[in-house]
Write a protein that binds this ligand. Structure first.
Ligand SMILES: NC(=O)c1ccc[n+]([C@@H]2O[C@H](COP(=O)([O-])OP(=O)(O)OC[C@H]3O[C@@H](n4cnc5c(N)ncnc54)[C@H](O)[C@@H]3O)[C@@H](O)[C@H]2O)c1
Length: 355
């Protein structure tokens, strides 16, 4: 869903460089190495350029990372270790390190292998929040490979027909490289929306769509407040629930990470699991042939007449890349609430805050 910021007075605008430098300084001050700080900042900047602040994937994440490092749930510069390392598969023990860093390393290992074998799948256990799934998938697309990344997450979705939360929003990022232009990037949670966006609607005094979340006793509602303690609803009803379950099998059960309700429950051992997949189109046909066939499909899609002329048909990821260039020109929105919180936190940990 493409969310709009209807109340501009809720955000401040900043230049990318200001936010990026601050994210790096902040992460280093809480213990990250230079390499870790730059991977995390790059992910947070991509999120800040792509998403609505209510989706909570930009600088908002700094609060959580700092709290988790303090509580021992995230260990900077963790001694990550390869448990298996086969020709087309591998498994990384992230040793409670940063999720962004573990997923980045796992995807780059998958890319390296897929260049030799055509396809590679790399799992991660004992990890943390890996950020936006599309960021990791895009690593592969930048090198001409198809990237697919997914993770399990804290239980917020109930199995279809129940209100008992057991599965996470378990996002998927899939990036398909295109010749000479942006990749197709499908980057999505398996729930219709998230609690952060519900809070944003609440702040704006808006009703939310009735397919975002249920009340704790299972009633349909458009009131964000009454569903705040209820389950988030899956995309595509029972089909999204099925996808979330399968995602937890591949990224949680099969990697040796936690799964189901236990993910993110123990503050000293979050043990999140991820899975990264890289596929080389040239394992199947000549690269040129793939590029031409893909563009033929894109042309068909783009020639579909729009129901509403103001909303032309777009490819997955197109809205985000367009937003990226708009924000480069106009500035990146950060919620005023986040800015205030970061000013306080930066002062506490002794980092200059340019916000
Ligand atoms: N790490 C975690 O635990 C976690 C959990 C949940 C979400 N996330 C991240 O949060 C971010 C936001 O996820 P989301 O599900 O709220 O995103 P979203 O619903 O805003 O967008 C999902 C996808 O739909 C596409 N899309 C939107 N409108 C479209 C249209 N009209 N036509 C074609 N495609 C369209 C977008 O390009 C995007 O690829 C993602 O980066 C996701 O990975 C992370």
């Amino acid at each position: 869903m493409a969310y709009d910021i209807s109340k501009q007075e809720l955000v401040n605008l900043y230049e990318l460089e200001t936010l990026n430098d601050f994210a790096i300084d902040f992460m280093k001050a809480v213990g990250a190495t230079d390499e870790e700080a730059s991977i995390i900042a790059d992910g947070l900047m991509t999120a800040s350029q792509w998403w609505h602040p209510g989706q909570g994937q930009g600088l908002e994440k700094l609060f959580r990372y700092q709290r988790r490092i303090k509580g021992g749930g995230i260990i900077p510069n963790a001694p990550m270790e390869w448990i298996t390392d086969g020709p087309s598969y591998a498994l990384l023990d992230a040793a409670n390190g940063f999720g962004y860093v573990a997923a980045y390393r796992a995807m780059h290992r998958a890319i390296e292998k897929a260049k030799n074998t055509g396809v590679a799948m790399v799992g991660v256990r004992r990890s943390n929040h890996f950020g936006i799934a599309g960021y990791h998938a895009l690593q592969a697309a930048k090198q001409g490979l198809i990237g697919w990344s997914f993770t399990n997450a804290r239980a917020e979705m109930a199995p279809w027909g129940s209100t008992q939360v057991i599965l996470g929003t378990n996002p998927w990022g899939i990036a398909i490289p295109r010749k000479d232009t942006h990749a197709i990037v499908l980057d999505m949670a398996l729930t219709m929306s998230g609690k952060g966006m519900m809070r944003w609607y609440q702040q704006e005094g808006r009703d939310m769509p009735d397919n975002w979340a249920l009340t704790p006793d299972g009633r349909v509602t458009t009131d964000p407040a009454s569903a705040m303690d209820g389950p988030l609803l899956p995309i595509g009803e029972y089909k999204g629930y099925g996808l979330s379950l399968i995602t937890d099998v591949l990224s949680g059960v099969m990697t040796g990470a936690l799964f189901g309700q236990s993910v993110f429950q123990d503050e000293s051992n979050y043990n999140v699991g991820h899975m990264m997949l890289a596929v080389s189109p040239s394992a199947f046909m000549k690269q040129d042939e793939f590029d031409n066939r893909l563009e033929a499909l894109v042309d068909e899609i783009k020639s579909a007449p729009a129901i509403d002329a103001k909303r032309p048909v777009v490819l997955p990821g197109e809205i985000e890349f367009q937003r990226m260039s708009e924000r480069e020109r106009d500035g990146i929105p950060v919620s005023k609430e986040t800015v205030e919180g970061l000013r306080k936190l930066a002062a506490e940990i002794g980092v200059d805050c340019p916000l």
